[in-house]
Design a protein around this ligand. Sequence first.
Ligand code: CO
Ligand code: CO
Ligand code: CO
Length: 317
Amino acid sequence: MPKIKNPNVLVGFNLADDAGVYKIRNDLALVQTVDFFPPVVDDPYDFGAIAAANALSDIYAMGGKPLSALNIVGYPPQSLSLSVLDEILRGGADKAQEADVAIIGGHTIKTKEPIYGMAVTGTIHPDKIVTNATAKVGDSLVLTKPLGIGIITTAIKKEQVEGKWVAEAVKIMTFLNKSASEAMLSVGINACTDITGYGLLGHLCELVQASKVGAKIFLSKVPVIDFAWELAKRKIVPGGTLANLSFIEQKVDWEGEITEEAKLILSDAQTSGGLLISVPKEKEKKLLDRLISKGVPNPVVIGEIVEDRRCRIQVKN
Ligand code: CO
Ligand code: CO
Ligand code: CO
């Protein structure tokens, strides 16, 4: 892609941040993102809701307010009844309504398997953009959702997981990052990103490189969906998670005994994962309290930002 020269582009693709930001006035900018994918669960309504929550997440990670969305749909009308598509769109519409986002259009093409997602537009004040490039040494790292989503959804495809874990994963994926975003904005934090396809370590790597710092993660504090441990031991993991781990290993120092399954979970490709928030140590408690009072079930401090010009990540037990 050619380099962006337009001065109104405050955040572009070259920055590896969550969403693009385009200034339209000194006190107003657009924040835009797009996300879509094939089904990660069997239930079409849940799939629609997950895809919508996931698409909105990048706006929340930037501290923006999503306003409108366009549906992006691929569908195989020969092999699947249109009532399934109705359910997917209903799931997306309900989630958008929960987020107070108006779906104002969309586009559908025929594809071999269903695809659903959204292009989302929101607004943000140009001076209040939350990027992944401003984490400071001494910050605490707070994660707002447990890991293991990619592993669980892979097990769903292989029919290796019970309904209660599917329900747990759906609950996590459909939970909007809206309340977490509002909490962090009200407290004032240094940096944020959401955890999606590159996993915790991949997105943290982008954050430390953009911020020119290092990070220390305490494995024992990282929240994980219980059953994902068992699946990781049995090597039931997505291809994306394996690719993430082989990419990230050169940037991570494993201290002490870190098991292969722990490495896989920390690299697990998430769909609609939580926010990873870099908050000044003295505001850590205030942020956790605010997250909980806003209804975020289990926000956890998983590590801290340290000084490191090589931008490496240390993982300890
Ligand atoms: Co993102
Ligand atoms: Co995205
Ligand atoms: Co048209």
